[in-house]
Each structure stands twice: as structure tokens, then as C-alpha cells.
Ligand binder design. Structure first.
Ligand code: SF4
Ligand SMILES: [Zn+2]
Length: 315
């Protein structure tokens, strides 16, 4: 996978990778999330350390959380057990095993570790793992078969903008995404989708419109959940694209517009990623209230009036 001009350029612009311990998870968090049937789940996300993803998407900074070389056998189960032992009861409904790569890639998740991982995940009703659309296949079915809970696969669609999807260097076409979505649906495996706000090469004034378009595309292909993720700079390549005028950082009002316009795609649950939302905050007076409003809508799916602000006008 490594070797194209774009791959080499993107890798060269990266800052040095911090050392990552393959025997220790980066962290975990428990959140409440709405599901398509309206129930609220408690979901434990575990950020696992493992092999780097072989793709080199222009916007991605997940490589910082990965090791050089393949994930050592036994390491993921070790990490997971440590996190589960430290998680206070009651057991959450769902576990998300996020390894900053593709769960069905043997280099990232050694096949001999699957039974141990499945045993540790047995108390959870739902299990979410992440994968590039191109690594969805027979291994996905194998994982679904050995899990006690039901499998959900999180796939980055990112954008439906024809030029932007090419420039992402993700090697993903809409056809390939639709094939993966159809494969999951045929096997009663749930689909979660990531969609970007302000990917490079989408004109800033069209950013929200294209995000809504991608969310609708994923919803029509059966996504149970779509999470909208604002693209951030800082990985080298995005900063280069910003300097060239091909990337404009997202704004909090853009994120609000995107979510407000995506509340009609039920049963698909649409949320915005607020893990890094403080980076979008520009107004000291209203930003916290606006981020809290987005958090409430994530959970309820119900429209709310925008937060008025005399200082910034809500921009
Ligand atoms: S496929 Fe996912 S993890 Fe891999 S480089 Fe692209 S965005 Fe990052
Ligand atoms: Zn304000």
C-alpha cells in the first residue's frame, strides 16, 4: 500500500510518531448513545494500541496512536482485560473496540487472538469495531460468528463529493462503500458510518451541504448510526492543503448546521463528534452552551432552538 507519490508526501509531512506501548490501551470512556429504535445505550469505547493502518488518508492522524510493525499476539486481549478490570459496574450495553486501524486486518488484529477478544467482549450486547470498506469480508463474518453480542462495523465514508473523495487518498469509491454496506446488511451486521465536515477540496461554502449529502447517502444504505467528524489540521498534510487554500477548518456553526439538517433521516441516528469540539470554539460567551446543545441533540435526536449570543451572533 505504501509507495505512491501521495502516500510518500503525506508520510513525509508527519511529525515523529510518539512511542506507543503495544501492551497498554490508550484509554477508554463510557458514553450514552441513542440507537435507531430510540433506546439509550451505555457504550464503552476502548482505544486499543496496535499496528498502523496500511492506508494513508490525507486527513487522518490516527497513526500517532499506533505502533510500527504488526500487533504482537496476545497484546489486544491483554489491553482489553486491563480496561475491563478497571471499568466500574454495571457492564455497559456496548463495547467499541477502536484500534486506529482495520479490525479485520490480520496485521492489526492477529486471528489467533479473536477467541480471547470475543470471550472478553461476551458480557456486551453490542460490539462495534472499525474497518475500511475494503477490509469488510469473510473475516467480518468470522468475527460476527464468535461474538456473543451482535456485531456493528464502523466504516469511514467521509464524503460523497466526487473530487474530494479522490483527494482523500483513501482508495474508496462510493461503489465500494455501497458494496460493503450491502454485505453487512445481507448478514444482519449493523453499519456505523463516519462522515467528515470540511474535508479538503470541498469548498467551504458547500461544506455543510456535502456533509448532509454524505449522511443521507449512508442512511439510505442502512447505516444505523452516522457520526459527523470535523476535520482538524495538525497532521502535516492537512496543514499543507490549508496553506494552498484547499482546506478550510470547520466552525462550530457549521457543525450545528450539519446536525440540525440531519435530524430527518430516522431511523438512522445522526450525531456529531464532540470529543474535540472545544477546538472549534471561538466565542467565550456561548461556545460551552452550544456544545452542550449539540450533546443533548446527539442523545435525543430532537431539534432545539439555536443558542442566541449577543457577543458573536451565534457564528
Ligand atoms: S483508513 Fe481510517 S485509519 Fe486508515 S488512514 Fe484512512 S482514516 Fe486513517
Ligand atoms: Zn457567542
Amino acid at each position: 500500500m505504501i509507495g505512491t507519490t501521495a502516500d510518500q508526501r503525506i508520510r513525509k509531512l508527519r511529525a515523529p510518531k510518539p512511542w506507543v506501548d503495544p501492551w497498554r490501551a490508550h484509554g477508554s470512556l463510557v458514553e450514552e448513545e441513542r440507537r435507531p429504535d430510540g433506546t439509550i445505550e451505555r457504550a464503552l469505547t476502548v482505544f486499543l494500541a496496535g499496528a498502523e493502518c496500511p492506508y494513508t488518508c490525507s486527513f487522518c492522524d490516527l497513526w500517532r496512536w499506533t505502533i510500527d510493525g504488526p500487533t504482537p499476539a496476545g497484546a489486544l486481549a491483554w489491553q482489553l482485560k486491563e480496561v475491563l478490570d478497571a471499568t466500574p459496574p454495571p457492564v455497559p450495553d456496548r463495547i467499541k473496540l477502536y484500534n486506529a486501524s482495520n479490525f479485520f486486518d490480520q496485521r492489526a488484529v492477529p486471528v489467533q487472538d479473536l477467541p480471547a477478544i470475543a470471550a472478553l467482549a461476551a458480557p456486551f450486547v453490542g460490539v462495534t469495531v472499525e474497518s475500511h470498506a475494503r477490509t469488510v469480508g469473510p473475516r467480518t463474518l468470522e468475527v460476527a460468528r464468535i461474538l456473543s453480542g451482535s456485531l456493528e462495523v464502523a466504516i469511514g465514508l467521509e464524503t460523497t463529493h466526487p473530487a474530494a473523495i479522490e483527494h482523500l487518498n483513501k482508495r474508496l469509491s462510493l461503489t465500494r462503500f455501497a458494496q460493503a454496506a450491502g454485505f453487512l446488511a445481507d448478514h444482519a451486521i449493523a453499519l456505523r458510518t463516519f462522515v467528515l465536515l470540511n474535508p479538503p477540496y470541498v469548498p467551504a461554502q458547500e461544506a455543510v451541504q456535502w456533509t448532509v449529502h454524505a449522511v443521507e447517502y449512508a442512511a439510505r444504505r442502512g447505516a444505523a448510526v452516522v457520526a459527523i467528524i470535523p476535520v482538524r489540521s495538525g497532521n502535516g498534510e492537512v496543514d499543507r492543503l490549508q496553506a494552498l487554500g484547499h482546506y478550510t477548518p470547520p466552525t462550530l456553526s457549521g457543525l450545528e448546521d450539519a446536525l440540525d439538517r440531519c435530524l430527518g433521516f430516522a431511523p438512522t441516528v445522526v450525531t456529531v463528534d464532540l470529543w474535540d469540539a472545544h477546538r472549534l470554539a471561538t466565542c467565550g460567551k456561548c461556545s460551552s452552551a452550544r456544545i452542550e446543545r449539540l450533546g443533548r441533540i446527539n442523545l435525543t435526536g430532537r431539534s432545539e432552538a439555536r443558542i442566541a449570543c449577543s457577543a458573536c451572533g451565534g457564528q
